[in-house]
Design a protein around this ligand. Structure first.
Ligand code: AKG
Length: 253
């Protein structure tokens, strides 16, 4: 990235970007990722929170973050540098507001305060959705203005093999990677089947159904095709509205 000045994060990501999508926009859709999304131990956890009919929500990412000081300014986005304060409900469209979505954040390398683990505001999930301001985050994305962060943020180091589970209203951000190594994580989401996903342009899939197991998607190529179809459908169009926020609201002034 330093040599080219470009952001290569999209080549590893397991979702499409929220900017213009092209017919050849890279996306890392592979069998190991599908197996991770469907891993029985993850689904056992998801089931405890969202019930026995589990949809893999398409708001999902791989983030491989180099030391932040090495990332060229023009290459910064949430895949490669720290992400500002937000609630996951705030990055989805409003029809998903009442849907119990569970975020599962999984580090592939130990996530430490030094290399940019997440930080959360304890108790924030009991409060309402806060205003988010577009374009104000360190990654150029959405961010909750600091005056709306009530409570003391707590960093949450997680060892590789562990997971951080978050409610859709938990306020969280990532810390900067100040180490000399990469920090690699997946963030996945699960919710009950049949409800809005908050990102209708992208495909979710039935990961587990106790009622109708025949509806579970078990073929990674079929899953891959869903993403390729979504990319083909988006490519000729301007990007859809991915969230509800406008920089013009007084809170963002
Ligand atoms: O991994 C990160 O740096 C940010 C993850 C995040 O904010 C999320 O999963 O919602």
């Amino acid at each position: 990235m330093q040599e080219s000045g470009a952001n290569w994060g999209q080549y590893f990501d397991i979702s499409l970007p929220q900017t213009q999508v092209y017919a050849d926009t890279p996306i890392h859709i592979s069998e190991p990722v599908f197996n991770l999304l469907r891993h029985p131990r993850l689904l056992d956890i998801a089931e405890q929170f969202v019930g026995p009919e589990v949809l893999s929500n398409p708001i999902q990412h791989t983030r491989i973050k180099p030391p932040e000081r090495m990332v060229p300014a023009q290459a910064k986005n949430g895949l490669v540098v720290r992400v500002g304060w937000h609630q996951d409900q705030g990055v989805a469209t409003p029809e998903q507001d009442e849907v119990p979505v569970l975020t599962v954040w999984l580090p592939i390398t130990d996530a430490t305060v030094e290399n940019g683990c997440l930080a959360v505001v304890p108790g924030s999930h009991k409060r309402a959705l806060a205003d988010h301001c577009p374009g104000t985050g360190p990654d150029g994305g959405l961010q909750i203005p600091s005056k709306l962060i009530q409570g003391k943020p707590v960093p949450v180091p997680v060892k590789r093999g562990g997971a951080l589970l978050m409610h859709r209203l938990t306020m969280h951000a990532s810390l900067a990677n100040q180490s000399d190594d990469i920090r690699w994580s997946f963030d996945l989401r699960y919710q009950p089947i049949g409800l809005p996903t908050g990102r209708p342009a992208f495909p979710g899939f039935v990961a587990r159904s106790r009622q109708n197991p025949q509806n579970e998607l078990r073929d990674w190529r079929a899953w891959s095709q869903l993403w390729l179809d979504a990319r083909a459908a988006l490519a000729p169009k301007a990007p859809p509205q991915f969230n509800r926020w406008s920089a013009d609201t007084p809170m963002c002034a």
